[in-house]
Design a protein around this ligand. Structure first.
Ligand code: CP
Ligand code: NVA
Length: 325
């Protein structure tokens, strides 16, 4: 029986999400992650059956975006509406933050108006600074270092597809030093999923995050590995995942990255080394023909649109637990 399934049994464990920030997955205990996944499944069922669930009636989420977004913006906004609340989109270009008002002052002021803040920014330290000066929960909608709400949705998608998490083998092919890879390290280690990362030299994961995931893996049973060989990483995998070669903010490195990552494309030849029933995940947006071929992302093993949908359900679980009165 998987740990997620057992989440029903651990609902009785006393823990408190309320008022907490959601900045990176490692700040949550494994049973808290399982609890959120379980609640996300409940949210999804309620929504599909058309049963109202206004847990956040009258609550307002402020959403600060310093980078572009389709999924994160819309899924948080729709999620708040489905929970009976509202969301306010704040582009950093339009608020005084973009003209030099400090993060500290912005966080203190917005905390007087809203019940929660979602922030998408560049440096991870910026969101930590927001959290330090905010009186309301702060949710990480992506930084250069982590993308925890996406990985929670990815774990939900894998659980739905495979019926378990612990003991599965995931391989991550591509930029090991980006937000997705770092959040996968924390998420996989927590739930006892094995993770093999393949990236070129110079694009290895952040060493501190990698070593910490390995340490957590020792108690969860998750084996965390790094290799420069995509063939080795994909061998026998249940889940293949990749991400763009150049993340937001790395536009100037695009050409150099295209050359470095060319041997890391997820294509039919590479995927033939995985288990026959492997699933393919990508957080989107995708560059077809670069990190993955259309044959794979638009093929029968791909679950990328379920994955995108699950942003909504996973985030509603986060919002409910952090912001409900
Ligand atoms: N996956 C993801 O975070 O997408 P957006 O950049 O569109 O929000
Ligand atoms: N690594 C990508 C993820 C986009 C959702 C980026 O940061 O641009």
């Amino acid at each position: 029986m998987s740990k997620v399934y057992q989440a029903n049994l651990i609902k009785q464990v006393p823990f408190e999400f309320k008022g907490k920030d959601f900045i990176k997955l490692v700040e949550f205990e494994p049973y808290e992650i399982h609890f959120l996944l379980e609640q996300a499944l409940e949210m999804k069922k309620l929504q599909k059956k058309g049963i109202p669930h206004p847990y956040l009636s009258g609550k307002i989420l402020g959403m600060i975006f310093e980078k572009s977004s389709t999924r994160t913006r819309v899924s948080f906004e729709v999620g708040m509406m489905q929970l009976g609340g509202q969301a306010i989109f704040l582009s950093s270009k339009d608020i005084q933050l973009g003209r030099g008002e400090t993060i500290d002052d912005t966080a203190k002021v917005l905390s007087r108006y809203v019940d929660g803040l979602m922030v998408r920014t560049f440096a991870h330290e910026s969101i930590e600074q927001f959290a330090l000066h905010s009186d309301v929960p702060v949710i990480n909608g992506l930084t250069d270092l982590h993308h925890p709400t996406q990985v929670l949705a990815d774990l939900l998608t894998i659980y739905e597809q495979k019926g378990k998490l612990a003991g599965l083998k995931m391989c991550y092919i591509g930029d090991g030093n980006n937000n997705m890879c770092h959040s996968f390290l924390e998420g996989a280690a927590s739930v006892g999923m094995h993770l093999s990362i393949a990236s070129p030299n110079g694009y290895e994961p952040n060493l501190e995050i990698f070593e910490n995931a390995k340490r957590i893996g020792q108690s969860s049973g998750s084996q965390i590995q790094y290799t420069t060989s995509p063939q080795e990483a994909v061998e026998g995998a249940d889940i293949i995942v990749t991400d763009v070669w150049s993340s937001m903010g790395q536009e100037e490195e695009q050409q150099e990255r295209k050359e470095a990552f060319a041997p890391y494309q997820v294509n039919q030849t590479l995927c033939s080394r995985a288990k026959e029933d492997f699933i393919f995940l990508h957080c989107l947006p995708v560059h077809r023909g670069e990190e993955v071929t259309s044959e794979i992302i638009d093929g029968p093993h791909s679950v990328v649109f379920d994955e995108a949908e699950n942003r909504l359900h996973a985030q509603k679980a986060i919002l409910k637990n952090l912001m409900e009165s």
